[in-house]
Design a protein around this ligand. Structure first.
Ligand SMILES: [Zn+2]
Length: 332
């Protein structure tokens, strides 16, 4: 059984989903690219894109055969240090209630990736609700959400995550999809800022594995903490493709190889073109012919020497650390 740890929910707010698509994001090139690459019409934006989206993920996962579950990620709103909502900073808001609904619609293919801003006054209560709804993990995008993982406001939240044995999936290094709403927030993504959560015993997954520029620090953390994992999402695009080569090279010989988890970052596409010099023309052609985006991502990783069995082994290590069995999370 293989889990994709990093798949994005999205939508326009139709279908009573509660999703908010912010004006800042609607003007970004990444929004236009997404809409075009996913062939989303204006009519769908107004009618049922939110539902189409979850159905699409479920179908692609089913069709892939080799990937069995996708952790579908919510995205909480933005709050300041006094716990006050900052609505004008919202680029995309995907409520946990929608993530929960998606998983209940497709329990065989989706897992609940909830998102909670730790500065919220009700952060712990929300986590309790998410735990009851079988949240598989909590997702943060610190540069976009205005979360400093070293801020002491996060500490009670870390204690609660540890208590519920829910891992934290936090974005690391540069961010390209969303704007930095406030100058200085980008540094919130530094991988070493996750140290505090690790010290407090939270199982932490560094999204994008510290690529492109924080892999050295990633290795350092992997050697210091057994509760530290890295996801391999969003690697095969112009911003991270070259560093992904380094990541998979390093993972052959170092401890990093025992911590990498399978993840795609769908709908962010994987382009084998940027690795053609490494994988060769025939592999490039073979991979380009794969229609299923999840399978395509997996094949590139295998061509780079990281095989499905290793992802499965690392996933098992993580689940064991969390005291979760496969049957408990409906993985049989
Ligand atoms: Zn992502």
């Amino acid at each position: 059984m293989l889990i994709d740890f990093h798949v994005h929910l999205a939508g326009s707010g139709c279908c009573h989903s509660g999703i908010i698509l912010g004006k800042i994001f609607e003007k970004r090139p990444s929004f236009f690219f997404l809409k075009k690459s996913q062939k989303i019409t204006n009519e769908q934006m107004n009618s049922d894109i939110d539902l189409i989206w979850i159905k699409r993920i479920s179908n692609l996962i089913e069709e892939s055969k080799q990937i069995n579950k996708a952790v579908t990620l919510c995205l909480d709103a933005i709050y300041d240090e006094s716990g006050k909502l900052i609505p004008e900073f919202i680029q995309m808001y995907i409520p946990n209630s929608w993530g929960d609904y998606a998983v209940k619609q497709f329990p065989n293919t989706l897992l609940h990736g909830a998102s909670i801003h730790p500065y919220r006054k009700d952060a712990i209560q929300e986590l309790e609700i998410c735990a009851k709804n079988n949240a598989f993990l909590i997702k943060w995008l610190p540069s976009m959400m205005g979360i400093d993982p070293e801020n002491k406001l996060c500490f009670p939240f870390y204690e609660a995550l540890k208590h519920y044995k829910i891992p934290l999936l936090s974005h690391t290094d540069n961010e390209y999809t969303f704007a930095e709403p406030k100058k200085g927030w980008l540094k919130n993504n530094h991988i070493l800022k996750l140290k505090k959560a690790l010290d407090l015993g939270v199982v932490v997954i560094a999204a994008h594995a510290g690529t492109p520029s924080q892999m050295h620090e990633a290795e350092e953390l992997a050697s210091q903490y057994e509760n530290f994992f890295l996801d391999t999402s969003g690697l095969f695009n112009p911003t991270r493709a070259r560093s992904s080569l380094k990541l998979f090279e390093k993972s052959q010989a170092s401890l990093l190889g025992d911590r990498l988890l399978f993840a795609t970052d769908w709908p962010v596409p994987s382009f084998p073109l940027f690795l053609i010099d490494k994988i060769g023309l025939s592999s490039y052609k073979e991979i380009s012919a794969i229609k299923n985006p999840f399978l395509k991502d997996l094949r590139i990783k295998e061509k780079l020497g990281f095989h499905i069995q290793r992802f499965k082994k690392n996933q098992e290590t993580l689940l064991t650390l969390l005291g979760r069995s496969h049957t408990e999370i409906n993985l049989t």
